[in-house]
Design a protein around this ligand. Structure first.
Ligand SMILES: Nc1nc2c(c(=O)[nH]1)N[C@H]1C(S)=C(S)[C@@H](COP(=O)(O)OP(=O)(O)OC[C@H]3O[C@@H](n4cnc5c(=O)[nH]c(N)nc54)[C@H](O)[C@@H]3O)O[C@H]1N2
Ligand SMILES: Nc1nc2c(c(=O)[nH]1)N[C@H]1C(S)=C(S)[C@@H](COP(=O)(O)OP(=O)(O)OC[C@H]3O[C@@H](n4cnc5c(=O)[nH]c(N)nc54)[C@H](O)[C@@H]3O)O[C@H]1N2
Ligand SMILES: [Mo]
Length: 670
C-alpha cells in the first residue's frame, strides 16, 4: 500500500531479492481503481526508501535549535530522556502542556491515529484539532449532505459532463483520470474551474479562471440561472430536499452580472455553464480541496455540494459529486484511539488545540503553556501558515521538542530528540482511502534500515517508559486491526483481518454501483438534502482583490500555492522539489508593470514575511493572480524561506481550517 496522503491509496507490488532488498516497485494491476499504474513520485519511491538521507538512529540535539546538529544516542537513552522530560513537565505544568502534532504523513490507521492517540490520551495531553487540510470542506460537506462521501471514481466513466472544481486531477488524484478519459471517448466534456491553468486545466475542453476564494458566489450564481430557467429536478427536490422555496428566494440576488464581478467569470459563461450542467445527463462534479483553503472555504464546498440535489443528478449513474469517500470507512475509532483514557488521566476531556495557527499556540497559549511538542507524520516548520511565527515558537529554549521522522526535515532541525521512523514498506498497517471505497492492509515488505521503528512501536515503548500498564499498550498490530474492524457498521460487516490478508483490498460493503444519495438518505437530521437558505451567502474574502481596501492597496496581488507532482513536503530532500517550488508564475501584464522578465529572481512579500522565487511570465494565471507550488523545505531555499512565510494563519469560515489560498502580496525584482 502507498501510505502517502492522497485520495488514491494505491495498491503496490514490491519485488524483493534474496538479500531482502527491493528491486522493483509497481502498481498492483488487480486493484479496480488504481489499476496498476503509479504516479511520478511513487514510481521513484525506492529512491526515497534507500536514500542515504534516511534517518537511521535516535539522535540528540547538540547545536542550537534549528541548526540541525545532532549526536547519535541509543534507543534506551532517547526513551529515558523523553520519559524524564515529559514526567517533569506533567508534574510542573500538568499534562496538557504536552501537545502532539501530526497529520497524514502516513494514511495508515495504526501509525497515524492508533497507538499515538492511546498514548496521548492516557497521558492527558492536549488534543490536536487536525485542521490543516480538509476541515473546512468537511464542515461544508457535512452541512450539505450529512455524510462525507459521494460518487465513486469508477462511475465517472458514465458521465457526459465532468467538472473538476478546485481539483487538479492529473497531479493530485491521477487514478481518476482513466475513468474521465473513458467518459470523454464516449463524448463527455471535461471542464475545470481554477484560478490558474493547472496541468489538468490544460487537458480540459474548457477552463474557467475564477478569482481565488469566490467559488460560493459561482455556485449560487449557477443556482440562480438553473432555478430562473426552471431547469431544476422538481421530483428529486420534492422527495429528497428541504427548503427549496427559500433557496429560490435567496439566489434571486445572485445574478450572473453580480457573480461575474466577484468571480471574474463573464456573465454569459456563467449562464452557459449553468444550463449545460443542468441539462447534460449525467453530469458529475469532482470537487477537491483547492477551493476550501480560503476564508469562505466551508461555504464554497457547501454551496457546490447542493448543486446535484437541485438537478437530481444524484439519482444517475455517473452523476453526483465526489469530494471525499473517507467517511464511509466506519472503523471503530474509539477502540483504536481510546479517548476514554483521558478520563483516567484528567477526569475529563483534554483541551483541544487547533494545529493550523501553531505559531500562535506556541507563542500565546497559557494555562498551561505548551512545554512539549511531539511531532510525527508532519513537518510543521515547512507546511504550516505564518511560518516565521512557527519557527519562532520552535526556537523557544523552554520548549521540549520530539520529532519522529524518516528524513532531516525543517522540523527535525528543531528537535531535542529525533527518532528514526519506518516507511510504509516497513510496517504493518490498515488503510482507508479518501478517493475510493476499498479498505486495504499491508504487511512489511522490507526490514527497517538501521534502528528505525514504527510509530506504533515508538509510542508503545514510550507508554512503557511512562509506566502506563493498560492492556491496550500491549496490543499487537493485528490486535489493533481486529479492534478497528469491529465497529458493527454495515459497511464493514464481516470484513476480517483474514479477508484483508487474503485479498489485499476489500470493497466496503456498499452496493455496486454505489449511488449513495440516489434515493435520498442524506446524513442530515431530516434525512434530506437541506438547503438552509437562511445561512447561505457570499461576500469576498478580506484578504482578496475585493477585500480589505488598505491591505490590497499595499499588497495588490493574490497568491495561491497549490500542490505539484511531489507530495506536500515529503520529497523535500530532493532537488526536483526545490526546482518546482522555486517558480512564481505571473501574468505578463503584472510582470511588465514591475519590470520583471522570465527567469528573474523576484522577492515576494507582505507584512508577514518574504521569500525569493524565480519568475515565470506566462498567461497561465490571469492578471492579479500569482501561483507557486507548495511546499519545499525552507532551509533548502537560498534565503531560508518558503511560501508559508507569506501565508496568514487566519481560519476559514467553518471548520477552523487554513486559508492558504487567500494571500495578498507584492512582488519586486531583486
Ligand atoms: N502529486 C501530489 N498529489 C497530492 C498531494 C501533493 O502534494 N502532490 N497532496 C495531497 C493532499 S495533502 C491533498 S489535500 C490533495 C489535494 O488535492 P487538490 O485539492 O486537487 O489540490 P490543491 O493543489 O490543494 O488544489 C487543487 C486546485 O485548486 C486550485 N485552487 C486554488 N484556489 C482555488 C479557489 O479559490 N477556487 C478554485 N476553484 N480552485 C482553487 C489550485 O490552483 C489547484 O489547481 O492532494 C493529495 N495528492
Ligand atoms: N502553502 C501551502 N501549504 C500547505 C499546503 C498548500 O497547498 N500550500 N497544503 C496543506 C495540506 S493540504 C496538507 S495535508 C499539509 C501537509 O503537510 P504534512 O502533513 O506535514 O505533510 P508532509 O509535508 O508531506 O510531511 C509529512 C511527513 O511525515 C513523514 N512521515 C511519513 N510517514 C511517516 C511515518 O510512518 N512515521 C513518521 N514518524 N513520519 C512519517 C514524512 O517523512 C514527512 O516528512 O500541508 C499544508 N501546507
Ligand atoms: Mo492535504
Amino acid at each position: 500500500m502507498c501510505a502517502l496522503d492522497c485520495p488514491d491509496a494505491c495498491s503496490l507490488l514490491v519485488t524483493v531479492d534474496d538479500d531482502g532488498k527491493a528491486t522493483r516497485l509497481r502498481g498492483n494491476p488487480r486493484h479496480p481503481v488504481t489499476r496498476g499504474f503509479l504516479c511520478a513520485k511513487v514510481a521513484q519511491y525506492l529512491e526515497r526508501e534507500y536514500s542515504p538521507d534516511r534517518l537511521l538512529h535516535p539522535q540528540k540535539r547538540v547545536g542550537k535549535k534549528g541548526d540541525g546538529r545532532f549526536e547519535r544516542i541509543s534507543w534506551d537513552r532517547a526513551l529515558d530522556e523523553i520519559g524524564g522530560r515529559l514526567r517533569a513537565i506533567v508534574e510542573e505544568f500538568g499534562p496538557e502542556a504536552v501537545l502532539p502534532y501530526s497529520y497524514a504523513g502516513t494514511m495508515g490507521l495504526l501509525n497515524g491515529a492508533g497507538m499515538d492517540r492511546r498514548f496521548f490520551h492516557r497521558l492527558g495531553a492536549s488534543r490536536l484539532d487536525r485542521t490543516i487540510c480538509a476541515s473546512a470542506g468537511a464542515a461544508g460537506l457535512t452541512e450539505a449532505l450529512g455524510f462525507r462521501y459521494g460518487t465513486e471514481p469508477e462511475q465517472f466513466r458514465h458521465s457526459k459532463l465532468i467538472v473538476a472544481w478546485g481539483a487538479n486531477i492529473l497531479e493530485t488524484n491521477v487514478h481518476l483520470w482513466p475513468f474521465i478519459t473513458e467518459a470523454r471517448r464516449q463524448g463527455a466534456r471535461f471542464y475545470t474551474i481554477d484560478p490558474r491553468m493547472s496541468r489538468t486545466a490544460r487537458a480540459a475542453d474548457r477552463h474557467f479562471f475564477i478569482h481565488p476564494g469566490s467559488d460560493a458566489a459561482l455556485a449560487l450564481g449557477l443556482m440562480h440561472v438553473i432555478i430562473r430557467d426552471g431547469l431544476q429536478d422538481g421530483d428529486f427536490i420534492e422527495r429528497h430536499t428541504l427548503g427549496f422555496e427559500q433557496l429560490r428566494e435567496k439566489v434571486r440576488d445572485y445574478t450572473p452580472r453580480k457573480v461575474a464581478e466577484w468571480t471574474g467569470i463573464a456573465a454569459e459563461e456563467i449562464e452557459g455553464l449553468a444550463r449545460e450542467y443542468a441539462t447534460t445527463r449525467p453530469a458529475a462534479i469532482r470537487l477537491n480541496y483547492g477551493l476550501q483553503r480560503s476564508e469562505r472555504g466551508a461555504m464554497a464546498v457547501r454551496a457546490v455540494a447542493l448543486l446535484p440535489a437541485l438537478t437530481g443528478s444524484w439519482a444517475e449513474e455517473g452523476g453526483g459529486l465526489l469530494l471525499s469517500t473517507s467517511h464511509a470507512f466506519h472503523v471503530n475509532r474509539k477502540a483504536l484511539e481510546r479517548p476514554d483514557l483521558q478520563w483516567k488521566a484528567l477526569g475529563r476531556e483534554a483541551r483541544l488545540v487547533n494545529m493550523t495557527p501553531l505559531g500562535q499556540a506556541l507563542a500565546t497559549l497559557n494555562d498551561p503553556p505548551v512545554k512539549a511538542l511531539v511531532v510525527y507524520n508532519s513537518n510543521p516548520a515547512a507546511i504550516a501558515p505564518n511560518r516565521n511565527l512557527v519557527l519562532q515558537g520552535l526556537r523557544r529554549e523552554d520548549l521540549f521538542t520530539v520529532v519522529l521522522e524518516q528524513f532531516q526535515t525543517d522540523t527535525a532541525d528543531f528537535a531535542d530528540i529525533l527518532l528514526p521512523a519506518t516507511t510504509f514498506l516497513e510496517h504493518t498497517d490498515l488503510y482507508y482511502a479518501y478517493g475510493h471505497y476499498y479498505l486495504q492492509m499491508a504487511r512489511p515488505a522490507l526490514e527497517p534500515p538501521g534502528e528505525a521503528r514504527s510509530n506504533v512501536d515508538i509510542f508503545r515503548l514510550l507508554a512503557g517508559r511512562m509506566g502506563f500498564d493498560d492492556a491496550c499498550f500491549g496490543e499487537s498490530e493485528d490486535d489493533m486491526i481486529r479492534a478497528a474492524l469491529d465497529s458493527g457498521h454495515p459497511f464493514l460487516a464481516g470484513i476480517t483481518l483474514e479477508e484483508l490478508e487474503r485479498r489485499e483490498f476489500v470493497r466496503l460493503r456498499v452496493p455496486e454501483p454505489f449511488r449513495p444519495f440516489a434515493e435520498g438518505g442524506f446524513g442530515t437530521p431530516s434525512g434530506k438534502c437541506e438547503f438552509k437558505a437562511e445561512t447561505l451567502g457570499y461576500e469576498p474574502p478580506e484578504e482578496s482583490r475585493l477585500g480589505d481596501r488598505e491591505l490590497r492597496s499595499r499588497f495588490p496581488l493574490e497568491l495561491i500555492s497549490p500542490k505539484g507532482s511531489g507530495m506536500n513536503s515529503s520529497f523535500g530532500n530532493r532537488q526536483e522539489m526545490d526546482c518546482a517550488s522555486e517558480v512564481l508564475t505571473l501574468h505578463p501584464a503584472d510582470a511588465a508593470q514591475r519590470g520583471i522578465s522570465a527567469g528573474d529572481r523576484v522577492r515576494v512579500y507582505n507584512a508577514r514575511g518574504a521569500c525569493v522565487l524565480t519568475a515565470c511570465v506566462e498567461e497561465l494565471v490571469p492578471p492579479g493572480v500569482l501561483s507557486t507550488i507548495a511546499v519545499r523545505w525552507g532551509k533548502r531555499a537560498p534565503d531560508g524561506h518558503n511560501v508559508n512565510a507569506l501565508i496568514s494563519d487566519r481560519l476559514t469560515d467553518r471548520g477552523g481550517g487554513p486559508t492558504f489560498y487567500n494571500c495578498l502580496v507584492e512582488v519586486e525584482k531583486t
